[in-house]
Design a protein around this ligand. Structure first.
Ligand SMILES: Cc1cc2nc3c(=O)[nH]c(=O)nc-3n(C[C@H](O)[C@H](O)[C@H](O)COP(=O)(O)OP(=O)(O)OC[C@H]3O[C@@H](n4cnc5c(N)ncnc54)[C@H](O)[C@@H]3O)c2cc1C
Length: 506
């Protein structure tokens, strides 16, 4: 890979530095909170901020919007802070909300809408607190294009034809729409994007048969949402491997002995990179030291697809003892930090061969949800199947043919396969790609600089005034789908923004 060159911003002569964020979800809330703190710490009064949001509210974004209470956060509330300076921020917020504190006492895996409310309030109070230093306006419009002008500033174009000028832009647009794997878009009865379930499931009649394509966390959310609505018809969950995620057990701190940053950097010092082989060698030792077989835990292929008995085993394991989960959490944290030193082709091998099995274990279902899935399986209302060959619609029914020649007939299909990895399908990103402001990452998303979140342009230059965060930067990070990592990156981008701001306006 050619050496990356930093594009220095041009001098700002207006005296006021303007920052725009495209998208108003949790990444933005975290960035704004961090930027306000930094601007206030330094008592700088020459910054203004604009948030563009295409939806009707700012804060919740897609994951944490208003929805059924069974759509839960899959991480305990105590680990869900939006604030890089206070990891207990969400818990403290809950403490002051009587009704939510009560919910929290019932289960630490709260409805996602509660977190959405926390995000909106946190954003409002950050904006209010910083208003004398960094005034913020919110524009509820969709951004459709961004141009870089000759003076180095950005012109943002919204879908109603308005133009706005900024010195610094952060792209925080969340996830891409899913791929339309079976060309079903536009068919009545087909739901392409599942959230919010409160809206997308409203036309499903109680006794109708529903097929969920996918068997990951989104499929679990939809099965639970149907149950929550009192659905009585059959539910099929069909995916390539037909496996549900693991069930989350107890987790606590774990100190790895072998899989440590020090040991990985020893490889780096010797070879100039960390290979998958290096990482696996340490991982194997780590599990062995705990008398566990890493292959068995991560890639157990014995079961063809999940059914009542295999899921009961996962449930039992989670309530008795699953020491591997603590180890995996620590391994995950270490991997996030050295991922930038893994060669691109090794990352690709991991993504293609191992990522889905890994995520199946690392992003497990909370026990409260898993017990409900178990009761759906036990009543035979839910069935998990593996391998779709084709899906066709004839008259009012969908016909799903499986690789084992079985055919399922259903009234509705819900696509829960997750976001597309193809950034060129997003109209805004497509424009930026065409102009060479951003480039595609072979491992997904657009290329960004690991440390600063700055995008990398077609001519391999790191653009310090255009940053990207969240799913669109997923090729750079080990596992971007975690709030903890997003908060960490948002803080680094805010730091970068402050550096550019002070350098260009002083
Ligand atoms: C369904 C789901 C559930 C998740 N659950 C968890 C969880 O339980 N725990 C956890 O740690 N992590 C979870 N994550 C991962 C992580 O928390 C989220 O991905 C992350 O919070 C997303 O934040 P974001 O700001 O990048 O995207 P979002 O929150 O989706 O925000 C993006 C915003 O940008 C807006 N937007 C998009 N395009 C434009 C445009 N052109 N112009 C203007 N506005 C635009 C959208 O309307 C949206 O409001 C989940 C992710 C998903 C997708």
């Amino acid at each position: 890979m050619p050496a990356l060159e930093l594009v220095e911003p041009l001098q700002n002569t207006s005296g006021t530095y303007s920052v725009a964020v495209v998208g108003g979800g949790s990444a933005t809330v975290s960035f704004v909170k961090s930027l306000v703190n930094r601007v206030m710490d330094q008592k700088i009064k020459k910054v203004k901020l604009t948030i563009f949001e295409k939806g009707i509210t700012v804060g919740p974004g897609l994951p944490y919007q208003d929805d059924f209470d069974c759509i839960r956060i899959n991480v305990p509330a105590k680990a869900m802070s939006i604030c890089s300076r206070n990891t207990k921020d969400f818990e403290e917020w809950l403490y002051h909300k009587k009704e939510y504190w009560r919910l929290y006492m019932e289960s630490e895996f709260l409805p996602r809408r509660v977190f959405g409310e926390y995000l909106s309030e946190t954003l409002c109070s950050a904006i209010e607190r910083g208003k004398d230093y960094i005034p913020c306006e919110i524009i509820l419009k969709k951004v459709i294009d961004i141009y870089k002008q000759d003076n180095g500033r950005y012109e943002i174009l919204t879908d109603d034809g308005q133009h706005f000028d900024y010195d610094f832009v952060l792209l925080a647009i969340g996830v891409m729409k899913p791929d339309d794997h079976y060309q079903l878009m536009g068919e009545s009865g087909y739901i392409h994007s599942p959230y919010p379930a409160k809206r997308t499931l409203q036309n499903i009649e109680k006794k109708e048969t529903v097929t969920l394509i996918g068997s990951g966390l989104a499929a679990v959310d939809m099965a639970l949402a149907l149950r929550f609505k009192g659905h009585e018809g059959k539910i099929f969950m069909i995916s390539r491997n037909g496996k549900l995620p693991a069930v989350r057990g107890q987790d606590g701190p774990y100190n790895t002995r072998f899989y440590t940053l020090d040991n990985l950097y020893r490889f780096f010092e010797k070879d100039g990179y960390v290979s998958l082989r290096h990482a696996v060698r340490l991982l194997r030792k780590e599990f062995k030291a705990a008398e566990l077989d890493w292959r068995e835990i991560l890639f157990n292929k014995a079961e063809r697809h999940d059914h009542l008995e295999s899921f009961r085993a996962k449930l039992n394991e989670s309530v008795t003892e699953n020491p591997w989960y603590e180890i995996l959490c620590e391994i995950h944290a270490v991997t996030n930090r050295f991922w930038k030193d893994v060669p691109g082709e090794h990352k690709q091998i991991f993504i293609q061969k191992y990522q889905s099995a890994y995520i199946n274990k690392k992003a497990p279902i909370p026990l409260i949800n898993a017990s409900q899935i178990y009761s759906l399986l036990r009543s035979k209302q839910l069935q998990i199947l593996g391998g779709i060959q084709s899906i066709h619609k004839r008259e009012r029914k969908f016909y799903v043919k499986l690789l084992n020649r079985q055919e399922i007939t259903c009234d509705h299909i819900i696509n829960t396969t997750g976001p597309s990895m193809d950034v060129s399908k997003n109209a805004l990103l497509k424009n930026l790609l065409t102009r060479g402001y951003v480039t595609e990452d072979i491992n997904g998303g657009i290329r960004v600089d690991f440390e600063s979140g700055s995008v990398i342009s077609k001519d391999d230059r790191v653009n310090s005034t255009l940053c990207a965060i969240g799913h669109i930067a997923n090729g750079t990070y080990f596992f971007i789908n975690s709030l903890e990592l997003i908060v960490h990156i948002a803080d680094r981008i805010a730091e970068r923004c402050m550096t550019v701001l002070t350098e260009s306006t002083l």
